[in-house]
Write a protein that binds this ligand. Sequence first.
Ligand code: BGC
Length: 828
Amino acid sequence: MSHSVSRRSALRLAGGAIAVAAAATAGTAVPSHAAARSRQGPGAGRRVESLVGRLTLDEKISLLHGATDPKSLGQAGYVPGVPRLGIPPLRLADGPAGVRVAARATALPAPVLLAAAFDPALARRYGQVIGREGRALQQDVLLSPMVNLIRTPYAGRNFETFGEDPLLAADLVSEEIKGIQGEGLIATVKHFALNNQEKDRTKVDVRADERTMHETELRGFEAAVAAGTGAVMGAYNKVNGTFACENKELLSDILRERWGFEGWVMTDWYAQHSTVAALAAGLDMEMPDDAYFGAALKRAVRDGSVPEPQVDRSVRRILGVMERFGLLDASRPPRPERDPDAGATVALDVAKAGATLLRNAHRALPLTGRAARSVAVIGPTGRQPFVSGGGSAHVVPDHADSPLDAITARAGREAEVTYAVGEDLYGKPIPRSRLTPGFDPEGQKVAAGKEWTYDGTLTPAEPDEWTLVLHYSGERPKVELDDVELYPPRPGVGEYFSGGLIAAAPDGLNVRRATRNLTPAGHRLKITAKGGDRGQTFRLRRITGATRAADVAEAVRAARRSHTVVLFAYEDATEGQDRTTVALPGHQEELIQAVTAANPRTTVVLNTSSATSMPWLERTAAVLQMYYPGQEGAAATAAVLFGDCDPGGRLTQSFPVDDDLHPMAGDPRRYPGVDGVEEYSEGVLVGYRWYDAEGVRPLFPFGHGLSYTTFAYADLAVRQVGRGVDVSFTVRNTGRREGVTVPQVYVGPSPDLRLTQAERLLGGYRRLTLRPGERRRVTVHVDRRTLSAWDVKRHDWRLGTGRRSFRVGTSARDMKLSATTVVKGAGA
Ligand code: BGC
């Protein structure tokens, strides 16, 4: 991998520069062979065959790996076409929350927020926006959706995916893919498979048994194939001893033989490890370069270690998809214009629909009357919008308003809205007097080609914890404190994938932070900054115990002066790195304690990636989970706070009470792995199923989320129909406002399956918006797949027959109705 590190670096830096500049469910069997063929129409295969016959070996190989795009638009990947045969190039762009190129695009809310809406139709609209924009922005392939399950609360990419439940993930991925591809953009479901963490992601060997794989992680991928995904991206990690990108069981036996996938498989970026083994196992395309599928592949064909028909097979798969999308036609499908307004509408709808109200004591929300006229907004993301998470899912948004502005506008002229940062992210100037010799740490400019050095002493006034915050453009200056580098290069992608919030200051400079305990005895400070080609600007700032205390005091004063407080708390997740705790980072817990002590009418708005512990929960009036809400996050947050819409979201992952009470706690073999091996020993008991099995109370259960109105559930009827079970019930809005409820059907274990089974698992759900007094009869179909378990002897699904419970709940822990019925086997 070493040779690729520099190219990878270049890629990541390019990505960083972008940020700076802009500051059918699996259960319904899988007729995919037939479906794919009918989509292609008659004659399709003939054209592909004819092309394969006319391509030279070099041309064929050029289709099987990435290359440098002569006209790059800032996207992640490129495959040159073969112009002499009318094969166009392919441009491949990330990602899960919008199109990531150098240009602006609609920054949609993070997929975890989309998932919270429990609304497959919304997932389709989300996909449509990305599909259209991808085409408009000259892209052909989208590197999304990501359907890996949330298995550990620490995983750095939990915000990029749908949650911990296989059924919900399958439903959403399927509709999103239909949305994307319906607009003519080829979707790539990723990362196949068991890429459920960032820690050691390029090498960890994930061990999961056959049943666990099929009943949990694989279901979403199977649904993606059934929905017609054009491409699949292999994961970085190993699966049961073999790298995912050369894993025959995954890439051939399951994906193609069992599920009938006819598209192509590409690697994750630099995830390839072999030439002969990878191609034979079923990999088709190396990304983003040609370390294994370039000259090495040609040599392998020449010396006979790779039969040329194997190369043809991969070429055929890629051309087959291009054919299906009209990309081989003489007149290719026209590219649409972007429609930023339509994108913004969907971004806003999703952010409102997924907004999840976790707590609302004494109906603190929505803000009305006095509560709406005197508001203190506190917290860094109260002013600076937290649009998207870090890494390849980061999108350059069309625009993003400040939540403070949105709240101020919504509160109206009569209201008083004040602001205090409370927790500083970017630091305050270091007084010149603390530096000997003195220099201006606030705005150092180094001309192109020049180098600037400093060797002096930093002397704090008193012993204190200092966070030294470096802001810089260009190459990161080297800063040493007491002869130790403060901001060392981060191994792997960590250097280039920084978080979505703290990594860049509001004016676009890159940011790195380091915390040390300093004393008034003085500390040697050395800085070397290079102007590079374009010159550089940097500043060195500080956050100390003293500046923090002042920020908290200011926040407390603001809280005291106002009737209501809206406190924004953040957690800055990124690809390439896991979190180390479920607690809020920095000193935010102390800030929340201080502010809630001053004013208990405090609503905490969470701009976090995934589960968060909340030791401060009981002291708050309300908690609203907004995740990374995309470019329209400010408007959506204000709309929910003031009750212009109902908070429509429900949790798609269990929130643990703390770091000791979740499925990974206390077992490093389970997470993050020991000696490079990680055991999925929780088996099928992923997410809420583990909490039920272990009798552990989560802080908030899967499916939880409150409405501003109330609902009643009645008249449950359960009956087996055809290949599944219909669960019918009546829901009534018993309150005085229109509102959203998401009744969830949970299925109990089968007495006939002598296996570890979940006490209950999600069998279906329905998102409903009801007017006051409105009543709706609902039937949720639980499909055969959900009622089945994977039989390791027959390597197939087996229906869980016998008397089973069917419960309707408003979360995995809050059941409203319950009945049993006997599930009969086929032919019964
Ligand atoms: C990520 C993929 C992404 C690719 C291209 C990789 O590091 O894991 O999800 O699509 O980069 O940016």
